[in-house]
Design a protein around this ligand. Structure first.
Ligand SMILES: [Zn+2]
Length: 283
């Protein structure tokens, strides 16, 4: 789910742009969030995602040294005690609690919050929309993010889309979840499309590319060979929307995004606000 992926991507980008980045975490980041991110360093001491390593600091002093050394750093500080001490340029509240647990504009020259529960211009300088749909990722300078029920959590996010590929959440394995005909999620490991038939045109979106939708040509029917979590091989033939979901997710495993295949982007304003009705949407 992008709302969970999003902070990680932004952490990565901020760090790559040369900003010192300190992540504050709880002592026990939840299972969902562990999978997502740098916060796994809380358990392991370090966590590497792609070419970036995050280091667990044991104290605020150690965090300061790590930051001075240019290290991406995580500190267990669930209530943000260190913020007043460290006086950062910017504070991003990515707790996604759907309410303000104590973030205010006095904390830093720039304050940003993710999701509902904050008023931009009053509680914080800017609020980032986290509701799934075409406003996802939008920065609000006034007002509040849309209320939502599907945040936080990759799993809930995935339950509203048609799939999720492990690399989207920082796990570099050939593993994906794909929503199949009965709307349950199928785990596919080391999947390979072994047969394709026909053609279909349809709209796709991707939570790794928030707010965009485009028309993509896919096979009408595919047969996929894959392993389950016990290592057993299976074959499955799917058509229509399910075939499209298999293609989209398997492309992620090969490092490809649907945007490479888009023939035409769609204007998000064409869509109704209720994205759940939007059949072409996918993770
Ligand atoms: Zn995708």
């Amino acid at each position: 789910m992008a709302a969970e992926i999003w902070p990680q991507e932004q952490i990565y980008k901020l760090k790559k742009s040369g900003f010192p980045v300190l992540i504050l975490e709880t002592a026990n980041p939840s299972a969902i969030r562990r999978n997502v991110a740098f916060c796994e360093a809380v358990y392991q001491g370090t966590q590497t995602v792609e070419d970036m390593t995050c280091y667990l600091a044991g104290s605020m002093e150690q965090a300061q040294r790590f930051l001075a050394d240019g290290k991406l750093t995580v500190l267990v500080d669930p209530v943000g005690e260190s913020i007043r001490e460290l006086k950062p340029l910017a504070v991003v509240d990515a707790i996604l609690a759907k309410k303000n647990l104590g973030t205010s504009r006095e904390l830093a020259p720039i304050t940003v919050a993710l999701g509902p529960g904050f008023e931009a211009g009053r509680d914080v300088d800017a609020v980032v929309e986290t509701k799934r749909g075409h406003h996802l990722g939008r920065v609000l300078w006034k007002g509040m993010a849309a209320p939502n029920t599907d945040i936080p959590g990759i799993i809930e996010g995935a339950a509203e889309g048609a799939g999720l590929a492990a690399p989207q959440v920082g796990i570099l394995r050939r593993l994906a979840l794909v929503m199949v005909e009965d709307e349950s999620f199928l785990e596919i490991i080391n999947p390979e499309i072994i047969a394709r038939e026909g053609e279909q045109d349809g709209a796709e979106g991707c939570l790794s590319v928030p707010g965009k939708y485009g028309m993509v040509k896919r096979p009408m029917q595919v047969t996929v060979k894959f392993q389950d979590r016990h290592g057993e091989w299976h074959e499955r033939t799917a058509e229509g929307f399910t075939a499209r979901a298999f293609c989209h997710e398997i492309d992620h495993l090969d490092g490809h995004l649907y945007t490479e295949l888009v023939s035409e982007y769609l204007d998000p304003s064409e869509f109704a606000d209720d994205d759940d009705d939007y059949e072409g949407e996918d993770e």
